[in-house]
Design a protein around this ligand. Sequence first.
Ligand SMILES: NC(=O)c1ccc[n+]([C@@H]2O[C@H](COP(=O)([O-])OP(=O)(O)OC[C@H]3O[C@@H](n4cnc5c(N)ncnc54)[C@H](O)[C@@H]3O)[C@@H](O)[C@H]2O)c1
Ligand SMILES: [Zn+2]
Length: 384
Amino acid sequence: MKFHVNLVKTVDDSYDIEIGSNLLNNLKEYLTESLQQQKRNIAIITDSNVHTIYGKNFEKIVKEAAIQAAAGENAVKVNTVVFPAGEKSKTRKIKEYIEDKLIEWGYRRDTLIIAHGGGVVTDMAGFVAGTFARGVPFINYATTLLAAADASVGGKTAVDTEAATNLIGLIYQPKKVFIDTATWKTLEQRDVSGGLAETIKHACMADKEFFGYLEENIEKVFDMDSQVCKHIAEKNCEIKYNVVMIDEKEQGLREILNLGHTVGRAIETVSDYTLYHGEAVSIGIMAQIKLGRKFGYCTQDDVNRVESLLEKAKLPVKIPQEIDKEALVKKLYTDKKVRGGKLRFVFQKGIGQMVQFAPGTNAANAVYSNFVSEDTARSIISEL
Ligand SMILES: NC(=O)c1ccc[n+]([C@@H]2O[C@H](COP(=O)([O-])OP(=O)(O)OC[C@H]3O[C@@H](n4cnc5c(N)ncnc54)[C@H](O)[C@@H]3O)[C@@H](O)[C@H]2O)c1
Ligand SMILES: [Zn+2]
């Protein structure tokens, strides 16, 4: 006998992203309302740095929402789990540690997770939420420019392993995202620059006008000009959203988000993570635009504009001397775009567009990456 399990699903994974400066009151309002609709014990997941600076006040706000929502009855539980800051914590071990804490506190299906921090925290907390009790809702309260620029849109959650970063994870969408640009004030300059690398990538890829805006205003980000920070957060979300929504399942278009990441990711690994992701991507952006110049996809003026914008963002544009360039060439083969043992790159076309190599049958599955020989890749790397 055979059963056919009919499971055609229509899923509504829509959510809102709220962007602004000082959003704790908005979070409180949102939580109060959602707890009134459905009681859930709350687990705040954060890292040691964010916890030291903001943790106490954040938990206080969440507790106030829990009390307000309870209206005299028993308020739901609110607990915070803190793990050591940094990419090195994005592991299965730390995930297990967090899960054990939740279990110890008696949390079950009726849990709401709040990620409070940068991309490491949102990736980790999203993954915990996606698997805890087979999936509980989660909210992101993002505190880095990189989380705003990249990690908060798209629903990718994961942890790293020795073999590769982000290898174990799932696509799991948050219920709500808050991007609080006021928290960027306490970021280290290297983290601000790292977020700007992804921002410049977005502009190179999709928005010439935004590129011009960055040329005019990027320095104001370091002064934490709230209008500029807000505009940058909004533009990043809009550009990434427009790609991810068309190609949620990574059929083709989504590959354009990989701009600068072919060489970038390889440098990040070969440097043994002494270069931050965004710093490595900055050099990777230079690699693809210089290659693109060779192939005739852009002009020398485009190359110069991109280089000077990256420099304004206090990002490196050359490969640090201590990096073994031959090791870097070898590392390129671990890139996820490699097919049949051949390297592939995506390229910007001038500024604000991408080179399309073959049209698709729909907007999602056109081809944006093309083969590049090892020798050509090596020659660009030797120039950088
Ligand atoms: N899911 C996605 O689509 C996606 C996209 C891009 C990146 N990521 C992931 O995001 C991670 C990188 O993100 P990140 O740069 O935000 O890393 P992060 O979370 O490690 O934050 C960087 C540093 O800043 C500290 N920090 C965070 N907020 C702060 C604040 N407001 N003030 C002071 N210090 C603060 C953190 O403790 C950490 O030391 C990587 O793990 C990457 O894989 C995910
Ligand atoms: Zn990136």
